[in-house]
Design a protein around this ligand. Structure first.
Ligand SMILES: Cc1cc2nc3c(=O)[nH]c(=O)nc-3n(C[C@H](O)[C@H](O)[C@H](O)COP(=O)(O)OP(=O)(O)OC[C@H]3O[C@@H](n4cnc5c(N)ncnc54)[C@H](O)[C@@H]3O)c2cc1C
Length: 407
């Protein structure tokens, strides 16, 4: 039966909401209730490629990413539940000078931290990834600590670890609004009745902006479609080959069940207003954009020639959320105390989930933050991107250049 009250209610059981619930329980935040209108990890999370990528030249992103990668490396010790984190490394490939300089800066950042990274020749890269055909003259950086996880298993493991620590989890319960008293959240209205709460975490994925609008907030976070495909097994694909990320055409390619999983950015960016979907819409039924898939395949085939004749066995697509500067939003928005917004995962919510959950626990518990929270404040955009049109245009533009920005 749904509890009548809790210290903290988390709305949304994707990878971000489950991480928040786990970190809140670890921080001893009393009675915690996680609700989702569907099952756990049933929206965008299970569609992901699950890749991690911690090495960044941006100092904030590097500190954040380092916490995340250490968490994945120690997932079982941290949570008590194992995830299949394949630490196969990644190859970052740059074809032109500006991005080659970016790789040099990443190399320097890693060396400063004492992390092993290495430039490879095309021949060395081919040895690690036999189906990869890197063009002569490209720069290739090997980042051994990168890898990937099965994305749903991460959310499920967080949820199980949260439950072990006393968190109550109720699925098929929809949050319909907030109870607010003098600018402070005092509870959550749901399809099953009202739950009194001192704090509420909004981790509703693609629906965060829509939910915010219902309670008078203009959250600068927009769902933007992202697609990937998986091929049937291909000769020469190795189970532990590094992920390949080619910067200019913005494609990534990794092993999946003997075949290749291929995704990419910038192909026909499209954002959504969730109010335009019917109430029961599920991410799994998001319509495919075949032109996007075709463009992606053409771009990736230049570097992986065997993709030309590969049989496609799976399509993945979903609605990750993006903010106008490409960073997460993890913050109590001004004017509404007690609500913590956790959104704008970029196409990196699996990767960033440990750090994001930890920040939520800092905010709710009031303990000193482990990282500068102002950078992820919901209020950082001021009056910018206040209209739907300007916000969606900016977030689509950012998606179009994702690999060229801070990722
Ligand atoms: C093809 C593809 C590839 C990707 N690759 C990667 C990758 O390699 N690495 C990476 O890190 N990320 C990747 N991502 C991105 C990643 O999937 C997302 O960043 C992440 O899953 C977002 O998690 P979330 O918890 O915010 O959202 P979701 O998983 O969508 O969860 C939100 C939850 O909130 C619930 N909810 C919504 N509204 C309500 C309400 N009113 N009441 C109750 N519940 C509600 C929903 O039912 C849902 O379960 C990829 C995404 C796609 C689509």
């Amino acid at each position: 039966m749904l509890p009548k009250s809790a210290n903290v209610v988390v709305i949304g059981g994707g990878v971000l909401g489950t991480s928040a619930a786990f970190h809140l329980a670890e921080a001893g935040q009393g009675e915690i209730l996680l609700i989702d209108r569907g099952p756990i990890a049933s929206a965008t999370t299970p569609q992901a490629a699950g890749q991690t990528g911690y090495l960044n030249v941006d100092r904030f992103a590097l500190k954040f990413g380092t916490y995340c990668i250490e968490f994945f490396e120690n997932f079982k010790q941290r949570t008590g539940h194992a995830v299949d984190f394949r630490q196969c490394g990644s190859l970052r490939v740059a074809l032109t000078e500006p991005f080659q300089k970016d790789l040099e800066a990443r190399y320097a950042a890693a060396r400063e931290l004492g992390h092993h990274v290495e430039f490879l020749s095309p021949a060395q890269a081919r040895e690690l990834v036999p189906t990869f055909d890197p063009p002569e003259g490209c720069t290739i950086l090997l980042i051994p600590r990168d890898g990937y996880v099965e994305p749903k298993s991460v959310a499920v493991a967080y949820a199980a670890a949260a439950k072990d620590r006393g968190v109550a989890i109720e699925t098929r319960v929809e949050a319909t609004g907030l109870r607010i008293d003098s600018g402070r959240v005092t509870g959550v209205q749901t399809s099953e009745g009202t739950i009194a709460a001192e704090s509420v975490v909004l981790a509703a994925g693609a629906w965060a902006r829509q939910f915010g609008q219902q309670v008078g907030l203009n959250l600068r976070t927009v769902p933007v479609r992202h697609q990937a495909f998986v091929t049937a097994p291909l000769p020469g694909v190795l189970a532990m080959q590094p992920i390949v990320r080619v910067t200019e055409p913005q494609v990534y390619v990794r092993h999946e069940a003997g075949g290749l999983l291929v995704g990419g950015y910038g192909y026909r960016p499209l954002s959504f207003d969730m109010n335009e979907f019917h109430a029961g819409f599920e991410v799994a039924s998001l319509e495919a954009d075949p032109v996007y898939y075709q463009q992606l395949r053409t771009a990736a085939t230049k570097f992986f020639p065997s993709l030309a004749d590969a049989v496609l066995v799976q399509e993945r697509r979903g609605l990750p959320t993006i903010s106008p500067d490409g960073r997460l939003i993890v913050s109590e928005p001004g004017g509404l105390r007690g609500l913590v917004v956790l959104s704008a995962c970029g196409v990196g919510g699996i990767d960033r989930s440990p750090g994001a959950g930890r920040m939520v626990a800092d905010i709710v518990s009031g303990r000193p933050p482990w990282i500068d929270p102002s950078i992820l404040s919901a209020d950082r955009f001021g009056d910018d991107y206040a209209t739907d049109a300007s916000l969606r245009a900016r977030c689509e533009e950012l998606y179009a250049h994702h690999y060229h920005e801070i990722y």
